[in-house]
Design a protein around this ligand. Structure first.
Ligand SMILES: [Zn+2]
Length: 288
């Protein structure tokens, strides 16, 4: 499922591909994709509007329109925004088509149909509860430590909670915890400051590397031009059960944490807190 790096890649693509374009028509083939307003209102309010900015918040893509409204999209499991129509065999999965005044189009395809569009005048009800952006200059290891120290939950479910920190999902949480040598079931408030610094550095390094490689394509993710990302080639543990840990050689194991398949190296990520943090995050930078 698209997480922060994938949504960021699509947002950056769309900034060069559809910014300033005027929407000439909107075709909705699967109406439940439109969460609000009604599909008829959705079409009526969009036609004739220009796209004045494109950005990302958490896993939401956001386009500001010339009338001041915002079009938000959450791709959920298998949503794709494509500037060219998908291959013939996949056309049945196209549920919304935007045609622009210059003759180009944007296609929303979604195999599982869980994605949602929102057309709103105020983004606060949808985005106001999201946690901080992990790559924002205003977010820091100190801030993460302060927030973790107040929480008794286990670290993996907390990092998946979009109200705690925005944009992380199953892939990047597992990769970040492995890099920081933290077991996903450790209690958040029990992480030392050194471990938290290591976790923060790991999250930032992994998200940045994944954006640089245009996201992770394990199955459905495509950028706005229909291309695959390449960060799947750099994953260390995610969906690699039985394979040797790239750091220590111990076989990677699969657990279930918060009902999510979870991949760890039991040698690098012990459940008991270690006496001293042994972060080697920086030495791993060369391999990611
Ligand atoms: Zn290991």
């Amino acid at each position: 499922m698209p997480e922060l790096p994938e949504v960021e890649t699509i947002a950056q693509d769309l900034q060069t591909l559809i910014l300033d374009k005027e929407i000439a028509s909107v075709s909705v083939k699967w109406e439940r994709i439109i969460f609000c307003p009604t599909p008829d209102e959705f079409r009526r309010l969009l036609v004739g509007r220009r796209i004045v900015s494109i950005s990302r918040r958490g896993k939401y893509l956001m386009a500001q329109l010339s009338d001041g409204n915002y079009l938000l999209v959450h791709l959920r499991m298998t949503g794709q925004l494509l500037t060219s129509p998908p291959a013939e065999k996949d056309r049945k999965h196209v549920h919304v088509i935007f045609e622009f005044a210059d003759g180009t189009s944007l296609y929303y395809a979604d195999l599982r149909k869980f994605g949602r569009f929102y057309l709103v005048s105020d983004t606060q009800p949808l985005l106001g509860g999201l946690g901080p952006e992990p790559l924002s200059p205003s977010f820091s290891a100190d801030e993460l430590h302060k927030r973790l120290s107040k929480r008794k939950q286990r670290i993996k479910p907390l990092l998946l909670d979009q109200h705690f920190i925005a944009g992380l999902g199953n892939i990047y949480v597992d990769e970040s915890l492995h890099r920081a040598k933290i077991h996903p079931l450790r209690r958040a408030s029990e992480l030392s400051r050194e471990e938290t610094v290591c976790l923060y550095d790991s999250i930032v390094a992994i998200l940045s590397a994944a954006i640089a490689s245009r996201g992770t394509t394990l199955s459905d993710y495509r950028d706005a031009k229909g291309n695959l990302g390449s960060h799947q080639n750099d994953l260390q543990v995610f969906r690699k059960a039985g394979q040797p840990c790239p750091r220590c050689g111990h076989p990677i194991e699969r657990l279930v944490v918060a009902q999510r398949g979870t991949y760890i190296c039991p040698a690098c990520q012990p459940l008991q807190a270690q006496d001293t943090a042994n972060c080697d995050s920086h030495s791993l930078l060369v391999s990611i």
